[in-house]
Design a protein around this ligand. Structure first.
Ligand code: SF4
Length: 317
């Protein structure tokens, strides 16, 4: 029996960003230099396959520093950490490597600068996301106010409306963030902030690539984890761009093939923490079921990379 036809529109850029590649490299270098175990505070990036792979090489993932034994080496995740975390590591004389993405560190420096200039910082982001926790933790409690929605932007109260600044999580939806920033600018004409939002190049490019292909597809599949902010945003972007159906898929093995029923064209992309191997596996799984034609649609070429910092060496015992 001949297989049904399926056109796959493959977004480019997709998948790993420079910050994720750097974070993984830091853990791998730490393991190579020091041997296992290397402790990692939080998932280094939000992807189970990446975490499992590093775990198999000897990384031990913990939630908090009190789970890290004395004289161990610990790596902080790409999302960034509150200032209290490295301070606590130093107090306990732990060796640590900071895998915070340089673009997140830039946001940290920005909020510190606004605070020094006497401004209240309004942080646009999602409550509880590790990046938001890390950014809020750069300043004393109360100095940063989280704004999640346009409604909150319309209501938020600040001590001095003349001295207000904003910053954003790096992985937000461009469209939604514009609405929140516009509401804040209307209420606080003196609002200071970055020239554009802090949404990073990788988030921007992946959203633009999905916007380019989703309208022509019956279904959009985004490979990524449910706790990966940028992956979840890509699903929202596909829907907002007019794709009738969009779903997050963790990997080919967890694919609900019923989603593809009646679909002639499917758009595929991957969040910034999803390895390319997961994209390859999904395409191969499609090939087993359909006569596929793959068309890659590239909206921009990326050539961003970040250098890894020196990794501390544990003393031989
Ligand atoms: S998504 Fe952007 S900010 Fe986050 S790690 Fe990647 S490059 Fe850095």
């Amino acid at each position: 029996m001949s297989r049904p036809k399926l056109t796959i529109l493959l977004a480019s850029p997709r998948g790993f960003c420079a910050g994720v590649e750097r974070a993984i490299e830091i853990v791998e270098q730490a393991l190579m230099q020091n041997g296992p175990p290397v402790y990692v505070r939080h998932e280094i990036v939000h992807n189970r396959h990446v975490v499992d792979d590093l775990r198999a090489k000897g990384a031990v993932f913990v939630e908090e520093l009190d789970e890290v034994p004395e004289d161990a080496l610990v790596v902080f995740s790409a999302h960034g950490v509150p200032k209290a975390v490295p301070a606590e590591a130093r107090r306990r004389r732990l060796l640590y490597a900071d895998a915070t993405c340089p673009l997140v560190s830039k946001v940290h420096r920005g909020v510190e600068q606004h605070h020094r200039n006497g401004r209240t910082v309004l942080l646009i982001g999602h409550a509880g996301h590790p990046e938001v926790v890390g950014t809020m933790g750069q300043l004393p409690r109360g100095a940063v106010i989280l704004v999640e929605t346009v409604e909150q932007a319309e209501r938020v109260a600040v001590p001095d409306p003349e001295r207000v600044a904003y910053a954003t999580q790096t992985t937000l939806s461009l469209r939604e963030t514009e609405g929140v920033v516009a509401a804040l600018k209307r209420r606080f004409p003196a609002l200071a902030g970055p020239r554009r939002e802090d949404i990073c190049y990788a988030t921007t490019n992946r959203q633009r690539a999905v916007e380019a292909i989703a309208p022509a597809a019956d279904l959009t599949l985004i490979i990524g984890a449910p706790n990966s902010s940028n992956s979840v945003r890509l699903v929202e972007v596909a829907r907002a761009a007019g794709c009738p159906r969009a779903a997050l898929v963790q990997c080919a093995a967890s694919m609900d093939w019923g989603l593809l029923e009646g679909a002639g064209t499917v758009a595929i992309s991957a969040g910034a923490s999803a390895p390319e191997s997961l994209v390859d596996e999904l395409i191969e799984a499609c090939r087993e079921r359909f006569a596929i034609e793959v068309r890659e649609v590239r909206v921009v070429k990326e050539d961003v990379s970040f250098r890894t910092p020196p990794i501390p060496l544990r003393q031989a015992s």
